[in-house]
Design a protein around this ligand. Sequence first.
Ligand SMILES: [Zn+2]
Ligand SMILES: [Zn+2]
Length: 112
Amino acid sequence: MLSHEHRTDFCQICKQEQTSIYAEPVRDFKVFVCENCLEAAKYNFVFICLSCGEVFIREKNLFLEKINIPQLFEAYLDCKDLQIIQGLDKCIKCDTERISKYMHNKKIAGNC
Ligand SMILES: [Zn+2]
Ligand SMILES: [Zn+2]
């Protein structure tokens, strides 16, 4: 799911490095991500709000420990070794509902 763009842009995770690498968590939604942040994505699940662009980073093992829905746990376990950037329809800032609501969203798990 990682591709190279011809141009460079600021990394949307750390907002500091220029990069030409981008991920596409959902169709036609490009997220530029630098080498450092890709490295971090090996150990952390990275979520990006598709509404406001806010980035959330969760340590993989801690995140997995908190999942108590078997199917969801399996889905995330499958992508534990992948460097993935996942899209959230709305983050906690865009919606008053808690972030966990979106973990039930099939689209998120389906991106793995
Ligand atoms: Zn970065
Ligand atoms: Zn948001």
